[in-house]
Design a protein around this ligand. Structure first.
Ligand code: PLP
Length: 391
């Protein structure tokens, strides 16, 4: 995965840092184009997965739009060069200021998550003399079979409008003059690897679309959200998710009306495998039944293990000695600041470099300065050589 030249560059950089493989990102985007955009599907990159300008530039060049969940993300997308009509805005708790940002830019779609939000949006839009495009986010009660913290499509979750509220919704919508219903929106969760969940989603979408039409609402677009998972165990063997099968599920199961646009919002599946956290071994110490390898990256750089019990593959970059069993832990004063327990790695010593893989999504964007640590820098494969020379 990493060339000798890259590892030699890494030795000269202050650790920990993020490293992005831009060649892999290009290849991943080619697959999204080949199996998604080529079918006429619209794909919005979920900017909350990674908001670096260098990454967003690639999304823009590939012809993707943007999915935002805050006013700050809308501003970031516009700064990165996206047209407002490529921007969807979701989230259960949009503030008045954030709604205003969306209205000022005239975005493609407010994905509204409650009846009250529709009323507030209508009010704010009428004050500015605008008509806002709205998709209502519906809760399909479909399980994503993923970690409970990243499951969003069940009735018990806070997201979307429950079908029990549909009749109220249908009564309310015609009264709101400053919003226009253009679509329906779904997002069942993240790190979804069981495609059966998406088949079930399609059934629900078909059912809901019929209900909307029976009540006189034609839908210009359907937005299926994102969530497609990546292979955290084998990032080299499966460096690009199977977009052909993913989009194929929708092509097969979704009842699309003539002229209707189909939108997706993918984050992790596009950018997850492209990123790594590169870290240095600080100390080795003997535990009761394990060796602790204390590295200089922690939950401040990658919180997924601490937050979702996620397991990221760890590659040792600078040792090929015979393996030992390690707990790989960070320096932060929390026991959850542990990357892996009981894994077999080539024997390492102080100063060895390791790569924590599949950290391109929900890694750098969730970084914190807890313990008053420095923010880790990001380096990109296509400009690494240049950076090392100028440093
Ligand atoms: C986070 C999010 C996404 C992207 O999820 P991934 O698992 O990264 O693909 C898409 N849509 C909405 C509304 C989201 O909140």
């Amino acid at each position: 995965m990493f060339s000798d030249t890259q590892i030699n560059h890494f030795r000269n950089l202050k650790t920990p840092f993020y490293f992005y493989d831009m060649g892999l990102l290009d290849k991943t985007l080619e697959e999204v184009k080949k199996h998604g955009l080529s079918k006429g599907y619209h794909v919005h990159f979920a900017v909350k997965a990674n908001f670096n300008y260098k990454i967003l530039e690639k999304m823009l060049d590939a012809g993707l739009g943007i999915d935002c969940v805050s006013g700050g993300e809308i501003e970031r997308a516009v700064e990165a060069g996206f047209q407002p009509n490529q921007i969807a805005f979701a989230g259960v708790g949009k503030s008045d200021e954030e709604i205003q940002i969306g209205l000022n830019h005239g975005i493609f779609s407010f994905n509204c998550e409650s009846l009250q939000e529709l009323e507030v949006l209508n009010e704010l839009a009428s004050q500015t003399g605008k008509v806002a495009n709205v998709a209502v986010r519906l809760n399909p009660n479909v399980s994503a079979n993923t970690h409970k913290y990243i499951t969003t499509g069940l009735h018990e979750n806070k997201f979307g409008i429950h079908p029990g509220r549909f009749s109220e919704l249908f009564n309310l919508l015609p009264k709101l003059d400053s919003i226009q219903l253009t679509g329906i929106h779904f997002h069942i969760g993240s790190q979804v690897v069981d495609l059966q969940s998406y088949r079930q989603l399609c059934e629900k979408v078909n059912e809901f679309q019929n209900i909307f039409e029976e009540n006189g609402f034609q839908l210009r677009h359907i937005n299926l959200g994102g969530g497609l998972g990546i292979n955290y165990n084998s990032p080299d063997e499966e460096s690009i998710p199977d977009f052909e099968t993913f989009f194929g599920v929708f092509e097969e199961n979704l009842e699309v009306r003539p002229g209707q646009e189909i939108h997706f919002e993918l984050g992790r599946s596009i950018v997850g495998q492209c990123g790594s956290v590169i870290s240095k071994v600080l100390y080795i110490k003997e535990g009761v039944s394990t060796h602790f390898a204390v590295i200089d990256a922690g939950m401040t750089e990658l919180i997924r293990p601490a937050l979702y019990q996620a397991q990221h593959k760890i590659d040792v970059l600078t040792s090929d000695k015979s393996p030992l069993v390690y707990d790989v832990v960070g320096p932060i004063c929390e026991s959850s600041d542990t990357f892996r327990r009981g894994i077999s790695l080539p024997e390492v010593q102080r100063g060895d470099l390791v790569a924590i893989r599949s950290a391109g999504a929900y890694g750098e964007v969730m970084a914190s300065v807890y313990n008053l640590r420095d923010r880790a820098k990001a380096y990109y494969s296509d400009e690494l050589a240049e950076k090392v020379i100028t440093n």
